[in-house]
Write a protein that binds this ligand. Sequence first.
Ligand code: MV4
Length: 508
Amino acid sequence: MFNKVLVANRGEIALRVVRACHELGIRAVAVYSEADARAPHVREADEAVLLGPAPSSESYLRGDAIIEAARRTGAEAIHPGYGFLSEREWFARAVRDAGLVWVGPPAEAIAAMGSKTAARTLAISAGTPVVPGTTSALRDAEEAAEVAERFGYPVLLKAAAGGGGKGMRVVHERRELASSLAAAQREAKNAFGDDAVYVEKYIVGPRHVEIQVLGDTHGTMLHLGERECSIQRRHQKMIEEAPSVAVSAELRARMGAAAVAAARAAGYTNAGTCEFLLDARGDFYFLEMNTRIQVEHPVTELVTGIDLVQWQLRIAAGERLPFVQEDVTPRGWAVECRITSEDPANGFLPSTGRVSYLHLPSGPGVRWDGGIDTGSEITLFYDPMLAKLIVHAPSREQAIARMHRALMELSIEGVDTSRDFHLRMMENEDFRRGSFDIQWLEQHLDQLLASRPAPDTVTRAAIAAALLAERDRAGRRAGATRGGTGATAADGVRDSTWLRVAREEAIR
Ligand code: MV4
């Protein structure tokens, strides 16, 4: 096993990797930007190297500086986390060329899956079902029309170099095709520097179900079951769970085998994820493969009992997976809520500021993968995801109740967060029934934000407000000489709606 690993990331995932290192007896080297000098991932690591100013392009995206930091500190391997440099073929190659170990799939596998058309070709060769469509770029609108006619409208134009939904266009009929193709090509060119666009049959109202795979360098490739990721908004997942209500043991085995076959065809090793669309008839289609550890990996860890980040490190060090497919069975149910610094009531506008108060949930079945502390400064330089709250329980119903309880225990003051949104989701009937697809959240957002929190929520908030008001009154008595006008902030408190509600609730 390695003695020292450099963690080329920040926030919760950097801390997650540092923790895995420590459990394996590995020393962890953090890298950080000037904005992150006091960040938890820096504090918890054994050493840390400053990369540069706050902007990612001058810090976390500086591959040269990161490799140099590994050299200087004597780290033998680099774990990239997710985002930043994690899926850059050139960086995986540069790490290898520097004589360091890349904790991830081979650069060749990253490249193979980076092109969506190449990935489709690989999947087809492996016998993995893909959405009906082409595997090469469209020449012109004429060819696009021919193909669309063959598969039937609606069709979806996708950027070959794309992924994550950028450069996609739904086309409902022939007369929209030429202009949509031009727009998709322009968008693809701007976003990826490559205007290649191909076409797929548009699948209406599917779920997004993904399969975790894990392969060692000795030929063992296993799947670790599915994650249900349909609760998303603008391609940002908000809630993930494992398993999926839509996947039976039999379907899991078929989707798992399909994912393993696609991964094998790409020469894949280490942890990866095959994304599928699952339609209402139970048919599934390979979309793309993510060649990194994903944000939502903890739900898989909780239901399988397999520590994915530890195994990433052990596989990179050349260890063999000691289990076989039959050993991997999901137990219970896990749900993850992404806690972001966004204001759901305000179109999910990113919120900035200092975390002035933080109280974390705990107790049975609760896991907090966070990257913030009291005092953390939340800026616009990085992703708004502050933390993930993950729960595990014997059944889905119990997991949702547990998540609701844990969210009730959570307080974050100083920035707006997605906490209340998640509370409402846990109270939502469709969600509780498992009745949703990839369009559900965007279709129900207004209704969701308008719905009142459960009476229980109001009661607890009211009690808290009453206690705070009482504390403020006590403080005023103790320091009565301060000020002098008699008009204090407490007048505001006295008039507040919360205090009125608190009084009503206290009387009941
Ligand atoms: C699709 C699709 C429907 N039909 N392909 C979005 C991101 C990228 N990974 C592929 N995506 C989609 N591809 C066909 N042929 C619908 C989506 C899609 C989607 C997929 C997964 C999760 C959320 C989504 C939200 C909108 C559209």
